[in-house]
Design a protein around this ligand. Sequence first.
Ligand SMILES: C[S@@+](CC[C@H](N)C(=O)[O-])C[C@H]1O[C@@H](n2cnc3c(N)ncnc32)[C@H](O)[C@@H]1O
Length: 301
Amino acid sequence: MRNCKEKNCRLENGNCLFPGSDGLLVQCVGPWVEEKYFFLERYLEATSEARRKFLNLGNAVYIDLFSGPGRCIIKDEQREIDGGCIRALNPKGVPFNEYHFMDIEKNNIDALIKRIDTHYNIKAYIGDSNQNINVLIQSLSQTRYNRYHFTFIDPFGPGALKFNTIKQLAQFKRMDMLIHFPTGAIKRNLDIWQEHEKAILDDFLGTDRWRRALVNQPQNRISSILIDIFIEQLKNIGYPDNGLKLAVTDSEEYSGVPVVSIKNTKEVELYVLILASKAPLAQKIWQSVIKASPDGQKSLF
Ligand SMILES: C[S@@+](CC[C@H](N)C(=O)[O-])C[C@H]1O[C@@H](n2cnc3c(N)ncnc32)[C@H](O)[C@@H]1O
């Protein structure tokens, strides 16, 4: 019997030692994941009408590079909730035609598939997404014409994602990406990475520019500078300025890039969510979605 308070039942791979109420494995998470899901779902719902015209022609594609098992348990509350993949199956009754789910853990993919009704068109990939991306690209390239793709990129930390993976996805004309940018984990490891010639952050950002950019910078500027570099990198692979932010913005924080900041229960930022699109309309929708937070408060942007 699970008792999160008395015993640490979170395994190294992020799953709970004990199965969920359906007998399948569940990921062990903090309560803040509900904010992440709130914004993911609101965005998928808000874009449902735009998606419908692609859906009707068989051209709407959903990708999750780090899919998890499809269900989570909020540690300490022992409350089970659906993961991102399950929530993406039918937002506002406008599903996608294809789902591509990737995870390094075979057990996660097995549990996820068991949780999904067989009528959905699911392709599953087991292994490192940075390697399996080639297989995914091959599969997507078979029907390249006029398709809409949405990719959720939600790693545990910067070590799991290489910018080159994002670059490969960017070759598609319509490729919206909701990206978990792990500011907290990066800040915690920065001192160590700066001492080494080659570090996780070089691969995550796809450049070593951060090394020079952070010299003599105060602590409170670090996230902004890194997000600036990331945005520049996205521009280099074909994401236009107006698909990453609006021309006019009220905020100087993160250079005006509209992000959602996900914080832990001590109000420490863990990561931010960034929407990258080649279409200004998608960015406009994202900005309207993030105006309200799950608790009904207005956001800064
Ligand atoms: C934050 S969880 C994903 C949660 C999921 N997106 C959701 O919404 O429910 C990160 C997942 O990435 C997987 N993972 C870690 N490293 C990976 C890698 N290199 N390639 C693919 N999956 C990886 C983990 O097994 C874990 O399930």
